[in-house]
Design a protein around this ligand. Structure first.
Ligand code: NAD
Length: 369
């Protein structure tokens, strides 16, 4: 266990709806673990989304931008809600989030999806198919067809035409592959490249670059390649075969949402966006206005996002302790309403947060003993 003392500058952006409720529990956990293992966070809380629109008429005020840029990590709750639905364009709460990702230059989006035995029956798929799934999708986030030029809609003599361009440079592929390979090494040492190299020349470059890197720098990692159509099918038929998946922006967008359905609740899915100096860590879910302020939100996605932050800050021991504590809470049947079933104990957001905290601190105690 790494017990070195270090202070990290953390910017928290609780945002809207259930954002502040789940953020409170994530901070409870990381503070408590830090107190025992020796790290501290100096926290600057700032406004984003609807909360920032209310206070400053801007979903991503300059003050928030500056504190994010100065931080070692940014932890975000969620943004948006019906109160701000009449806003359009750059004045929408969600545009603050897109601007934040751009500002931090986070080109790698990491979404782990796991379905432990105790959650398998909550999945829309058969439990024997999903049980034991533990995969990580590494999606390229700032390139590809979403950003490529030229793109346009234009009138022609035959009628309107529209086009986008899928473009990737060797360096864009190399930097995301490096991140994916490093995560594979920390996990089960297997990487699957998902592409469409039978049709797309951009995918053929991905394949060449990834294979070359594998041969020259990462030959210890098992490398597999799959076409995206087959990958979608395999994620439904046999998701537990995957460890780390690396893919482009478009394919990652689609596959990560597909994989997100496996555990049966959005409240379980964390994410990290990395690549710039400062990483951004946020749950996959939105602000859930239907349950906001009622103590019903599942804080585990936010807590697991905080554990990814600990990993990225180099505190992997602490991150593992937090993940183990989440696992124990689930194994013992404690659930918020989104995942509750007969035989489980229904808990509030705070009760789950406190229990994860208790179990994490207990595990550190037992490791030290
Ligand atoms: P949502 O993720 O907020 O909610 C979808 C459903 O899942 C709801 O029934 C909600 O109650 C449930 N849910 C989500 N998170 C939960 C949790 N932690 N615990 C228990 N149940 C949970 O998606 P939506 O309803 O489509 O969007 C609501 C608002 O959030 C919109 O304004 C949308 O734009 C915004 N949004 C923000 C983000 C973000 O901040 N990253 C992502 C998606 C949506």
């Amino acid at each position: 266990m790494d017990t070195s003392h270090k202070t990290y500058a953390l910017t928290t952006l609780p945002g809207d709806g259930i954002g502040p409720e789940v953020m409170r529990e994530a901070l409870r956990v990381v503070h408590a673990v830090g107190e025992v293992v020796g790290y501290t966070f100096t926290i600057t809380e700032a406004l984003i989304g609807g909360a920032a629109l209310d206070a400053h008429d801007n979903p991503f005020p300059l003050e928030t931008q500056n504190t994010c840029l100065a931080a070692d990590a940014v932890l975000l709750g969620a943004v948006g809600g019906p109160k701000w639905d009449h806003h359009v364009g750059d004045m929408r709460p969600e545009s603050g989030l897109l601007a934040l990702r751009k500002l931090l230059g986070t080109y790698a989006n990491l979404r782990p999806v796991s379905v432990p035995e105790s959650l398998a029956s909550s999945s829309p798929l058969r439990s024997d198919i999903v049980a034991g799934t533990d995969l990580l999708i590494v999606r390229e986030l700032t390139g590809g067809i979403y950003f490529g030029e030229p793109k346009n809609r234009e009138a022609t003599e035959e009628g309107e035409v529209a086009y986008n361009t899928m473009v990737y440079s060797t360096e864009e592929i190399r930097r995301i592959t490096r991140i994916a390979m490093q995560w594979a090494r920390k996990r089960k040492n297997k990487l699957t490249l998902v592409d469409k190299a039978n049709v797309l020349v951009a995918s053929q470059l991905w394949r060449d670059v990834v294979r070359k890197m594998h041969k020259e720098e990462y030959s210890d990692v098992e490398l597999d390649v799959l076409y995206v159509d087959n990958a979608a099918m395999q994620l439904v038929l046999a998701p537990s075969q995957f460890d780390v998946i690396v893919t482009s922006n478009l394919f990652g967008d689609i596959l990560s949402d597909l994989a997100a359905t496996l555990p049966g609740s959005l409240g379980m899915l964390p994410s990290a966006s990395l690549g710039g100096r400062t990483g951004l860590f946020e749950p996959v879910h939105g602000s859930a206005p239907d349950i906001a302020g009622q103590g019903k939100a599942n804080p585990l996605a936010m807590i697991l996002s905080a554990s990814m932050m600990l990993d990225a800050l180099g505190r992997s021991d602490a991150a593992t302790v937090v993940r183990n504590a989440v696992q124990r809470v689930l194994d013992e049947g404690y659930r918020t309403g989104d995942m509750w079933k007969e035989g489980c104990t229904l808990c509030s957001t705070e009760e789950i947060g406190k229990r994860v905290t208790q179990y994490a601190v207990e595990e550190i105690g037992s490791l030290a003993a």
